[in-house]
Design a protein around this ligand. Structure first.
Ligand code: NDP
Ligand code: OXD
Length: 308
């Protein structure tokens, strides 16, 4: 048997080495250099080319190389019977919490303005936001959202959290599915950490922006398709939203001609908020590979009906 690693625009060789270091008895094939397709029962994918899994007759399960699985659901050619899993490792949540805390602190302390002022040789003070006046609302309280929300609360911020099912989290005011309006109306800085599903696609739109408490800010670290891009431009131009920090985009890399690039009110990072560490992920991937071969339940299996 052999384990297949597939990615369109990502070098999978370090993951291959980490898997071999974890268990030297495992044969690893890195797409497109596959030796015998019939030997593949388990694959790891990061944004694979659509349709490629049709030619693996014995494939039983696919793991995303990341936390998100929308790229697996997007490929309609993958049969229903193929199980999906994803990578859940401590460093993903840790990096995400660092990113979100940094974005929030930069908003509170007006970092972007001071960088611009330094370049212009300008000495001008701006009153910082106050922690007792501004609340951060985290959408999605899963592996990454919970850690990010807790880190903010530990740093003295007022934090709201919203998820499909109700959660109890220390220091965080939580809201469930249909309480979304209460959640938005009491949040200033909105952090999106939802999975991309039919229900959440396009959720960050003008109607939602209008419900936020002012001053309102946006941090999107989930998926580009959560955001209705033209609505954000309108919201920034009309001061509905003061600033947006975006790590993910509908099209990645963000095209040179994209209107987001030149805007002062948008901070852009190239999908780097949280990156899977191959060595840490290798252990989980090897464990799930062995589980597939033994026919037992996968760790962090994705609910194919729910979409995440
Ligand atoms: P999880 O699956 O662990 O958590 C998802 C959370 O969203 C859960 O709390 C879930 O609610 C909630 N949720 C899902 N659907 C809805 C809905 N319709 N309404 C309200 N709440 C909903 O995901 P992770 O925390 O592991 O990851 C979140 C996303 O972060 C990934 O899907 C990926 O897109 C993105 N990501 C981005 C990275 C980056 O570098 N920018 C890196 C890694 C991930 P409930 O708890 O009730 O199920
Ligand atoms: C992920 C990502 O889903 O990198 O892990 O976005």
């Amino acid at each position: 048997m052999s384990l297949l690693l597939v990615a369109k625009n990502r070098d999978m060789s370090s993951l291959g080495e980490a898997i071999r270091a974890t268990d030297p008895n495992i044969d690893v094939d890195i797409w497109p250099g596959v030796r015998n397709r019939e030997r593949i029962q388990f694959a790891v994918s990061w944004r694979h080319p659509d349709g490629i899994f049709e030619s693996y007759p014995n494939l039983k399960a696919i793991s995303s190389l990341g936390a998100g699985v929308d790229h697996l659901f997007a490929d309609q050619t993958i049969p229903e019977k193929i199980r999906f899993s994803r990578v859940v490792i401590p460093s993903l949540a840790e990096q995400m919490a660092d990113y979100v805390l940094t974005a929030v602190l930069n908003m509170f302390r007006d970092t972007g303005t001071y960088i611009d002022q330094q370049r212009a040789g300008q000495w001008k003070k701006h009153p910082p936001l106050r922690k007792d006046e501004v609340t951060i609302g985290v959408m999605g309280l899963g592996e990454l959202g919970r850690e990010s929300a807790s880190r903010l609360a530990m740093n003295g911020f007022m934090v709201n959290g919203w998820s499909r099912s109700k959660k109890e989290l220390n220091g965080i005011r939580t809201f469930s599915g249909d309480e979304i309006d209460q959640f938005l109306q009491s949040s200033n800085i909105l952090v999106c950490l939802l999975p991309l599903t039919e229900e959440t696609e396009g959720i960050l739109d003008l109607e939602l922006f209008k419900k936020l408490r002012r001053p309102a800010y946006l941090v999107n670290v989930a998926r580009g398709k959560h955001l209705t891009e033209e609505d954000l431009i309108y919201a920034l131009d009309t001061d509905l939203i003061t600033h947006a920090v975006l790590d993910v985009f509908e099209q990645e890399p963000l095209p040179d001609s994209h209107p987001f690039w030149g805007r002062k009110k948008i901070t852009i990072t190239p999908h780097t908020a949280s990156i899977t560490d191959p060595r840490e992920a290798a252990e989980l991937i090897v464990e799930n590979y062995k589980r597939v071969l033994s026919g037992i339940d996968l760790l962090y299996e994705v609910d194919r009906n729910r979409g995440y």
